[in-house]
Design a protein around this ligand. Structure first.
Ligand SMILES: C[S@@+](CC[C@H](N)C(=O)[O-])C[C@H]1O[C@@H](n2cnc3c(N)ncnc32)[C@H](O)[C@@H]1O
Length: 298
């Protein structure tokens, strides 16, 4: 490909509080899109709905049309920011980005029978229980270790005959993946709770796609009508999980099973401490630095 036919990118590593200002400059100089990335592996864990937080060190990448002359863009940015922020211009390889993105998502087996499968793929195992789910705006595609751990917990309950015919509460439902998986595994009814309206929309859409929408009821986090259930899963974060303990304990039937995730391995003890008055801790599991706690309601 000749240089002039390539898409052009200008990339800068900047302090987070400068990212939006630089984005505006890039758009002003002709960028067709601007992307932010974490430049130093400082994950932003669960911003609140509508909240936009920037990483302390952010990579800002402006994308320009094929053949665009980015030399004036670089010289303008250097004029404004001097040597404060490293910047570089380069060509972007021309490939089928939709195909490349789709190739990132493959069916995932979570336990013995449960699979999470993107709509453009197929699972060939005869006894597979499949949740069809495409990546979207709400958290939960099965690729994150915390979701995977919760899915494997649900699959394990099904294997022990402890899920079929039960009601399941998915506290912090995101895409609805856990509630939908529970229904596919034989739960009679599932309840999804989230504080993010976008998550409730995504959960409903995903339940429709999986033909279980009539068995899924959705609630805003503050709703007082959420019913008590014999199985509860909550994949949030350690801090909110500890704070939510009284709500979660009140929503779990005596003898009911609980799975908590979204907890870093180093935070397992603090979450156990918050739950052990009301629950007997059954096990902990860790995957890629993320923990799962399973427990039984006293
Ligand atoms: C990590 S995602 C988990 C999504 C999905 N259940 C999964 O396992 O992939 C956590 C979800 O919890 C929601 N959440 C955070 N705090 C909450 C709260 N206090 N009450 C209810 N939902 C909450 C977030 O909006 C987000 O959708």
């Amino acid at each position: 490909m000749s240089e002039n036919q390539a898409w052009k990118q200008v990339s800068m590593i900047v302090d987070g509080d400068k990212a939006e200002e630089i984005s505006e400059i890039l758009f002003g100089l002709g960028a067709v899109s601007v992307t932010y990335q974490d430049a130093k592996d400082d994950p932003i864990l669960e911003p609140l709905p509508g909240e936009q937080r920037m990483w302390p060190t952010t990579q800002v990448i402006g994308l320009f049309e094929k053949g665009y002359d980015t030399a004036p863009v670089i010289s303008y940015l250097q004029h404004v920011y001097g040597d404060n922020f490293p910047m570089v211009a380069h060509d972007l390889e021309d490939k089928d980005w939709v195909r490349a993105w789709m190739d990132n998502f493959k069916p995932i087996k979570c336990g013995k029978r449960l699979w999470i499968c993107p709509s453009w793929c197929k699972v060939d195992e005869s006894d597979a229980i499949t949740v069809m789910l495409d990546p979207g705006l709400a958290f939960g595609t099965g690729t994150h270790p915390t979701t995977f751990l919760c899915l494997r917990f649900l699959d394990g309950l099904e294997s022990q005959g402890a899920l079929s015919g039960k009601q399941v509460l998915d506290y912090g439902c995101g895409s609805g993946i856990l509630a939908i998986a529970a229904l596919k595994l034989g739960a009679t009814e599932a309840f999804g709770v989230d504080i993010d309206p976008q998550a409730l929309i995504a959960s409903k859409d995903n339940a429709e796609r999986n033909n279980v929408v009539d068995k899924l009821k959705l609630f805003d986090g503050g709703d007082k009508r959420i019913p008590k259930c014999p199985v509860v899963v909550a994949n949030i974060l350690a801090g909110p999980l500890a704070e939510l303990e009284p709500n979660i304990a009140a929503l779990c039937e005596q003898g009911g099973k609980l799975a908590l995730s979204g907890i870093l391995e180093s935070q397992l003890d603090e979450v156990i401490a918050a739950y052990e008055n009301d629950f007997t801790i059954d096990s902990t599991d860790v995957l890629e630095g993320w923990g799962l706690i399973t427990a039984t309601r006293k």
